[in-house]
Design a protein around this ligand. Structure first.
Ligand SMILES: [Zn+2]
Length: 81
């Protein structure tokens, strides 16, 4: 929910109004503490959420691959000794 802070707005009235919305904001981390905030139209919300889930799955897989490779590296080092 967002508040427009316009005087007399019935949606934003202090203690009563809930503000405008709901609206959905996608926060994208660009690294080095940079974050871009992108408003998502209602009709794209589902698609964006599915994409985020796919992104999370990929990131988890890459992390697992990294861990397996680390174990393989340790094993190869052990065998050299
Ligand atoms: Zn308002």
């Amino acid at each position: 929910m967002v508040r427009c802070n316009k005087p007399g707005c019935r949606f934003c009235e202090k203690g009563k109004g809930k503000g405008h919305g709901p609206i959905w904001i996608l926060s994208v981390s660009l690294g080095s503490r940079q974050v871009r905030q992108i408003p998502i139209p209602r009709e794209l919300k589902k698609e964006v959420e599915e994409s985020l889930r796919a992104f999370a799955r990929m990131r988890k897989l890459l992390k697992q691959i990294g861990q397996v490779n680390l174990e393989l590296l340790k094993e190869r080092k052990r065998r050299r000794q």
